[in-house]
Design a protein. Structure first.
Length: 165
């Protein structure tokens, strides 16, 4: 078992104020999708606003940007939730509520078990991903990396000979 957990931050540029008609269906689905995440295998923690309010009340990156940050057991747990639950319905409709972003809007990174990242840490990770691209330090679903304490196996090189010969 790893001594690390997976942190994630994703952000979105909203098409209107969170209490506006354009955001109404997104907001109406927040409790349902968050409850689904909270009950998912591998879920550990998610960022909440003041007094336990949803993180959508926070605006650390600007008035029109909402944040979602959570910690999961591993990449596979988060991947199953994001791509294989009702969360997919919301992702398919994201263009109704969020502006298209040309820069990375999701970043994943490993944290020591029990660590709960703060907004400044998450912002720095997103900036690093945007600057350097995926590395073992910051990455995405498309190119993810194992936790730092995972058993590393050297690549197998066969040269020009067929390994079955």
């Amino acid at each position: 078992m790893s001594a690390y957990e997976l942190a994630q931050l994703n952000i979105g540029v909203v098409k209107g104020p969170i209490d506006s008609p354009v955001m109404a269906e997104f907001v109406a689905n927040l409790d349902r999708i968050n409850a689904l995440a909270d009950a998912a295998d591998g879920f550990i923690w998610r960022l909440l606003g003041d007094d336990g309010a949803e993180a959508t009340t926070l605006r650390p990156l600007g008035d029109n940007i909402i944040v979602n940050m959570s910690v999961w057991q591993d990449v596979e747990s988060l991947r199953l939730f994001v791509f294989h639950t009702e969360h997919v319905e919301i992702m398919r409709r994201r263009r109704e509520w969020f502006e298209k972003m040309d820069e990375a809007f999701l970043v994943l990174w490993w944290v020591p078990k029990g660590h709960r990242p703060g907004i400044e840490e998450a912002k720095a990770r997103l900036v690093l991903l945007r600057r350097k691209g995926p590395t073992a330090e910051v990455f995405t679903f498309r190119q993810s990396y194992p936790p730092p304490d995972a058993r590393q196996t050297p690549p197998v090189e066969f040269g020009d000979e067929c390994p079955a010969a």
